[in-house]
Design a protein around this ligand. Structure first.
Ligand code: PMT
Length: 221
């Protein structure tokens, strides 16, 4: 809808995929293009919200009328989201955040050594931003929305993830090498912490975004 039902509200949206550097040349990353998060930012702005878009490694143009903050790694994304969330009415975490990062960063390019096997890549956990913003709400009544990118047992994993993360709404979508990542369309079920399930049929990422904002508006009221 284009009703200004988010007028006077500040919403924070994260989009894209974090990159966790190994050396100046390589990183561990994922297939997120940022399109779903940017659709959320555009539709929120169209509905009258002040929007802060925390964007991780997307090649997309800045949406008109949206404050864009860039973040490369999960640690940087956390800083940017927590800062913007301090006075936000809603936070929507559409970014694909790496659960782990390399334990060590090599300041020079890692070289192959003749006749030697490569060193294993040791990983450490990244902070869980969604769990943190859900546990420490910056203001009472703040609505927190997560996404769940699943490949198997999509709904069962989604329900478990909603409980674990402690958010109000979880948008469960199926992903694969050519599914959802980078495409213009998506299909999802939005799970509510109150047990509700809102299916969203296959269609433009804007349509899913508008359904998310409808559910957020209902919870802000
Ligand atoms: O960008 P597109 O190409 O349009 O693709 C869209 C999308 C598939 C990336 C998007 O719809 C999506 O599902 N985003 C969430 C991807 C993800 O990281 O899912 P997850 O199931 O690994 O994480 C669950 C939730 O926790 C997410 O809201 C994520 O932002 C958050 N998270 C995860 C790990 C972490 N360390 N901190 C987090 O906050």
């Amino acid at each position: 809808g284009t009703a200004p039902d988010l007028a006077g509200r500040h919403v924070v949206v994260s989009a894209g995929g974090t990159r966790e550097p190994l050396d100046p040349v390589r990183f561990l990353g994922n297939r997120s293009s940022g399109k779903q998060g940017y659709a959320l930012a555009r539709t929120a702005a169209a509905r009258g919200a002040r929007v802060t878009l925390v964007s991780a490694n997307t090649g997309l143009p800045d949406p008109a009328g949206v404050d864009v903050v860039r973040a490369g790694t999960a640690v940087q994304l956390r800083e940017a989201v927590l800062k913007a969330a301090a006075d936000a009415d809603a936070v929507v975490m559409a970014a694909a955040v790496a659960d782990f990062r390399p334990a060590a960063y090599a300041t020079g390019k890692i070289k192959k050594k003749d006749g030697q096997d490569p060193d294993p890549i040791v990983l450490v956990r990244n902070p869980d931003i969604l769990a943190e913003v859900s546990a420490d709400r910056a203001r009472p009544g703040q609505v927190i929305v997560g996404f769940a990118a699943e490949t198997d047992d999509v709904l069962a994993n989604g329900r478990a993830k909603l409980a674990r993360k402690g958010c109000d709404l979880l948008v469960v979508n199926e992903v694969g090498e050519r599914k959802t990542f980078g495409s213009e369309e998506n299909e999802a079920v939005v799970l509510g912490s109150d047990g509700t399930e809102t299916p969203v049929p296959y269609g433009p990422k804007e349509a899913l975004a508008d359904t998310v904002w409808d559910l957020v508006v209902g919870r802000l009221a």
